[in-house]
Design a binder for this molecule. Structure first.
Ligand SMILES: *[C@@H]1O[C@H](CO)[C@@H](O)[C@H](O)[C@H]1NC(C)=O
Ligand SMILES: *[C@@H]1O[C@H](CO)[C@@H](O)[C@H](O)[C@H]1NC(C)=O
Ligand SMILES: *[C@@H]1O[C@H](CO)[C@@H](O)[C@H](O)[C@H]1NC(C)=O
Ligand SMILES: *[C@@H]1O[C@H](CO)[C@@H](O)[C@H](O)[C@H]1NC(C)=O
Ligand SMILES: *[C@@H]1O[C@H](CO)[C@@H](O)[C@H](O)[C@H]1NC(C)=O
Ligand SMILES: *[C@@H]1O[C@H](CO)[C@@H](O)[C@H](O)[C@H]1NC(C)=O
Ligand SMILES: *[C@@H]1O[C@H](CO)[C@@H](O)[C@H](O)[C@H]1NC(C)=O
Ligand SMILES: *[C@@H]1O[C@H](CO)[C@@H](O)[C@H](O)[C@H]1NC(C)=O
Ligand SMILES: *[C@@H]1O[C@H](CO)[C@@H](O)[C@H](O)[C@H]1NC(C)=O
Ligand SMILES: *[C@@H]1O[C@H](CO)[C@@H](O)[C@H](O)[C@H]1NC(C)=O
Ligand SMILES: *[C@@H]1O[C@H](CO)[C@@H](O)[C@H](O)[C@H]1NC(C)=O
Ligand SMILES: *[C@@H]1O[C@H](CO)[C@@H](O)[C@H](O)[C@H]1NC(C)=O
Length: 494
């Protein structure tokens, strides 16, 4: 800690000496003139007490609702599944009404427009403008209210369970020294342990909103052998966990469930950002966090669940074939351009980048601005992980492969010939042409599209798919892309 904070203050004084150019017109200099830290009043504290006694009253804790999971105290069993599946495939309804959802014109009742900015309708009560859902005084019911809700929240619960196990597992298999070598202190370990405990709360919440058929915790099989790979896997896993919820939350029938889910996914978003910072990535190199369909989140998650207890409630979502980004940028390199082909720890869909690099190629223990990637609040990367126009080599798996708990789900696609690469990030879906160069092999170039001017759309840990068409879709109807998805991957853009 000491060396880190000394380094930080050395950096601050360098910046002050360099007198950065003003960012806002009208300001002439960074010359606020107020006393800055460290305080000039006295010397830094080295004696900590006795403390002032503040007014207080003895209280009794009002006990919270019991959590569904026991506290984890050490490593549980992990590894691949070697048995034979007794059930296969996603859950299906007894009746399926059509082969797909047909597009419709805009909803005829979606016409409200208010050019004057005045109230256009009678207000139901003082200070209460007309409209809204769940605003008419009905008592909230915090339960899923449709098959769509049930399957979405059950998927979310599968995600909370793996996070609970995963965060604890990393703390159990790597020592304090292993973490220190990756620049993470005992305090950072305590923070990760706290995140695991947050997951017990999230798992309890989702379990209660589902009822007795809620899926329990499963057994998992992880793709990392170093602390950096653990952190990289975490920032990828929490990315699709978060984006998976943004994709469905506003489609839920139960607004009450959406309310509580939003309050848990805001915490998950903070976890995702913290793991990025622990990996030395920019904490949030985008203006908007993206949403993805449930079947995408399930595709990313399933390969890491090896088995679930007998009778675990199954999911209705699709598993797409895996898309491999052959030259996925390695965030452990100071020069991501130098990343070798297949420089990942395995062939599963979000396997982290290999962190075991020659010391002269790694950015982990480098403390030169622009090149270091040790844990930090923020880093500038002189050489970005990727850039618009980058050639991206791709291969993709054929459908029909067993994945997920007990190898009991099967990858599938209903798409035609692979023709485009779909890039999903921020508020945007951008297509680039796919150049097919062989059997399940091809390439494309990273697009240069912007969200709003000055915000390149493709950045952060983001999502790409191979599709058979370039259907125009936007964040609220992105799941209409599913029948066109040939294969799905995760792209490390920044
Ligand atoms: C920064 O790098 C220098 C030179 O490699 C090293 O002596 C120093 O200890 C490093 N500082 C930190 C905070 O790691
Ligand atoms: C679980 O951990 C919490 C918080 O650390 C503690 O209060 C509680 O007693 C523990 N429960 C069990 C069953 O060990
Ligand atoms: C679906 O079909 C199965 C087998 O015929 C039956 O047991 C089950 O009750 C049916 N479910 C519903 C919701 O109709
Ligand atoms: C209250 O609003 C809900 C939708 O939020 C609606 O389903 C319900 O019918 C309304 N109740 C009454 C009494 O208007
Ligand atoms: C699984 O469900 C079947 C049928 O309901 C039941 O007979 C069996 O005991 C259940 N197994 C477990 C482990 O709960
Ligand atoms: C990572 O790269 C190193 C050096 O090339 C290699 O020895 C190691 O096997 C790789 N690790 C994985 C998990 O592929
Ligand atoms: C790092 O050192 C190895 C030899 O140990 C060398 O082959 C490699 O080219 C060096 N990498 C860089 C980026 O200089
Ligand atoms: C960091 O990056 C920003 C934006 O690209 C740039 O303006 C700034 O000068 C950089 N700071 C340092 C210390 O490299
Ligand atoms: C990485 O490759 C791109 C494309 O060839 C090039 O423009 C860029 O300068 C390279 N980065 C560095 C740091 O050399
Ligand atoms: C992503 O954001 C980082 C940080 O702002 C920036 O350095 C990088 O160039 C961006 N990447 C792209 C592809 O725009
Ligand atoms: C990547 O694609 C380019 C363009 O087709 C090709 O020249 C190169 O060999 C490919 N690399 C790999 C590893 O497939
Ligand atoms: C990206 O999304 C924004 C906001 O919806 C939209 O205005 C813009 O046209 C989109 N850009 C592209 C290239 O699709």
């Amino acid at each position: 800690m000491l060396s880190r904070s000394m380094y930080a203050s050395a950096l601050l004084s360098t910046l002050a000496a360099a007198a950065p150019a003003p960012q806002v017109s009208g300001y002439t200099n960074a010359d606020a003139g107020f006393p800055q830290t460290p305080s000039s009043l006295g010397t830094p504290a080295s004696v900590f007490g006795p403390d002032s006694q503040v007014a207080a009253s003895a209280v009794t804790t009002i006990s919270g609702y019991p959590r569904v999971s026991a506290n984890v105290t050490g490593a549980t069993s992990h590894g691949p599944y070697s048995g034979t599946a007794t059930t296969t495939g996603a859950v299906t309804a007894n009746t399926t009404l059509a082969t797909g959802i047909a597009p419709l014109p805009p909803n005829p009742t979606a016409t409200y427009y208010n050019a004057q900015g005045v109230l256009l309708n009678p207000a139901p009560a003082p200070y209460t403008p007309n409209g809204g859902l769940g605003t008419n005084g009905t008592e909230p019911r915090y339960m899923v209210n449709s098959d769509f809700d049930f399957e979405s929240i059950a998927l979310g619960l599968y995600q909370e369970w793996i996070e609970l196990d995963l965060f604890n597992n990393g703390l159990a298999v790597f020592s304090e020294e292993d973490f220190l070598a990756a620049g993470l202190t005992a305090e950072d370990r305590a923070y990760i342990a706290f995140m695991a405990v947050q997951e017990t709360g999230h798992a309890t919440l989702l379990t209660n909103m589902l009822g007795e058929a809620a899926p329990p915790q499963c057994t998992y099989d992880y793709p990392f052998t170093t602390v950096r790979e653990f952190i990289d896997f975490n920032q990828k896993l929490t990315r699709f966990g978060e984006s998976g919820v943004w994709g469905f939350i506003n489609h839920l029938d139960s607004r009450e469930v959406g309310q509580l889910l939003a309050q848990s996914i805001a915490t998950e978003a903070r976890q995702q950002m913290s793991f990025r910072q622990m990996l030395g990535l920019h904490p949030m190199p985008v203006w908007f966090e993206t949403g993805i369909p449930q079947s995408w989140a399930w595709t990313y998650l399933a390969p890491y669940i090896s088995s679930c207890p007998e009778n675990t409630t199954r999911l209705a979502w699709q598993n797409f074939p895996t898309l491999h980004i052959i030259n996925q940028a390695n965030p452990n390199r100071f020069s991501p351009n130098d990343t070798k082909d297949n420089e990942v720890t395995g062939q599963r869909i979000i396997d982290p980048s290999n962190s075991t690099l020659p010391a002269n190629e790694s950015c982990v223990n480098v403390n030169v601005t622009g090149y270091g990637c040790g844990p930090a609040i923020a880093h500038n990367r002189s050489e970005p992980l990727t850039f618009p126009g980058k050639l991206v080599n791709l291969t993709w798996d054929v459908p029909g492969q067993a994945v997920g708990p007990n190898n009991s789900y099967v990858t599938s696609t209903s798409a035609g010939a692979p023709s485009f690469v779909a890039w999903v990030s921020q508020l945007n879906l951008t297509y680039t042409p796919l150049e097919v160069t062989g059997a399940n092999t091809g390439y494309t170039f990273q697009p240069a599209s912007e969200v709003y001017q000055g915000d390149p759309a493709a950045n952060d840990t983001m999502f790409i798919a191979i599709t058979d068409s370039d259907l125009f879709l936007t964040p609220f109807n992105l799941s209409m892309i599913n029948p066109h998805v040939v294969a799905l991957g995760l792209y490390q853009a920044g």
